[in-house]
Design a protein. Structure first.
Length: 378
């Protein structure tokens, strides 16, 4: 493979990245919300024909061939003079460089440029202000009621574990409908058909890396850890679908997951998204007020508490040094893509949630004399 053939592709992707930095509004409208969205849908439909994760196959093949050529290079060095070996090494290294540059180009076109699009709060018209402790507490106290109510409609076995009401494909369809609904009410370009959401076969490896899902920009697949507790899976799928739809910032994907809860009639999906959002709010509230954090926790229903304890027990099994290293790599990746807070950027979703809560609460004001108290169902 010749390096000069990949340079135009790399040059175009870098030029596009520069345009995003210089003209984010224009590129958001023309590329992220239009060109990319339609191309991504076409690719996603093709990827959906494969019943397995192509991302998983690509990753395994990459590791296999890297190890294969490394061993082969060492064997050749033992058997042949260095001059002859160096000739072959140069060919391999050149081919590897070409593949790497192609990979970088595709990454920029399908993923990297979206880190520089117009912030989601600008699209939604939310003010850029930091949430106060009082506003955060108000959100938490309201959200715990929503989580309890949503949890009361989930089916349970005799041990209290959630029984899924849908298959994996059923959740995919519910998420697609929710994003279509969100597009209508918000004006966001999140509608469309992106069916390539896959369960990863070697999900245990993802658990050891403390990963519940990931977006693979080279195949435009949303990859899901199938071993996570079932009440987490729909929210993870919704989160990764946000990335597929061009919203790469973690705080924005988390907020879209929160909004999905208000745009679905699927009980499992609503509960899963609300519970994930509740976790972020509670983490922030703990830092703001430990006393109010304790008060909110005391209001949790037995079902929700059971799920939270089950999840903690699940991840505790995989808390290793490899998980710590994985988190550090993820942190470095986020910082390299203009998310300067790194993993902490996950907490920036709180400001948008508070803004949405204030608007939603104002719209949903009701007469307290005619309000109805709903207790947990069976």
């Amino acid at each position: 493979m010749k390096i000069r053939k990949v340079l135009p592709v790399l040059g175009f992707s870098l030029f596009l990245l520069l345009l995003f930095k210089l003209f984010p509004v224009l590129m958001d409208t023309v590329y992220s919300s239009f060109l990319y969205r339609y191309v991504a849908q076409g690719v996603s439909v093709i990827m959906a024909f494969f019943p397995f994760s192509l991302a998983e196959v690509v990753l395994f093949l990459t590791v296999f061939f890297l190890l294969f050529f490394l061993v082969k290079a060492v064997v050749l060095l033992i058997r042949l003079p260095f001059a002859q070996v160096w000739v072959r090494w140069k060919v391999w290294l050149r081919n590897l460089l070409v593949l790497f540059l192609y990979g970088v180009s595709v990454f920029l076109l399908t993923c990297g440029v979206h880190y520089h699009r117009v912030p989601l709060e600008n699209h939604l018209g939310y003010p850029k202000e930091q949430a106060s402790a009082e506003e955060l507490a108000a959100l938490a106290f309201d959200l715990v009621q929503e989580v309890n109510l949503a949890g009361s409609y989930t089916r349970r076995n005799i041990n209290g574990d959630m029984i899924p009401s849908e298959t994996f494909d059923g959740y995919k369809k519910a998420i697609a409908l929710a994003y279509d609904s969100l597009a209508v009410t918000s004006g966001l370009a999140v509608h469309g058909r992106f069916p390539a959401t896959k369960q990863v076969f070697v999900s245990k490896g993802m658990s050891y890396a403390f990963l519940s899902g990931f977006f693979f920009p080279w195949t435009l697949e949303a990859n899901i850890n199938k071993d996570v507790p079932i009440f987490r899976m729909p929210a993870i799928m919704a989160h990764e679908q946000a990335h597929v739809r061009g919203f790469m910032r973690e705080n924005e994907a988390n907020f879209l997951t929160y909004l999905i809860a208000r745009h679905t009639r699927n009980g499992d999906l609503k509960y899963s998204c609300l519970l994930l959002s509740f976790n972020y709010v509670m983490n922030a509230l703990y830092k703001a007020s430990k006393e109010q954090h304790r008060e909110v926790l005391e209001k949790l229903s037995p079902r929700v508490l059971h799920d939270l304890r089950s999840e903690q027990a699940y991840w505790e099994k995989y808390r290793t040094s490899f998980a710590v290293a994985s988190q550090k790599i993820n942190n470095a990746y986020l910082k390299a893509n203009a998310q300067h807070d790194g993993v902490a950027s996950y907490g920036r979703v709180i400001d948008m949630m508070v803004s949405e809560h204030k608007m939603h609460r104002k719209e949903m004001q009701q007469n307290q004399d005619t309000s109805v108290h709903i207790v947990e169902g069976i």
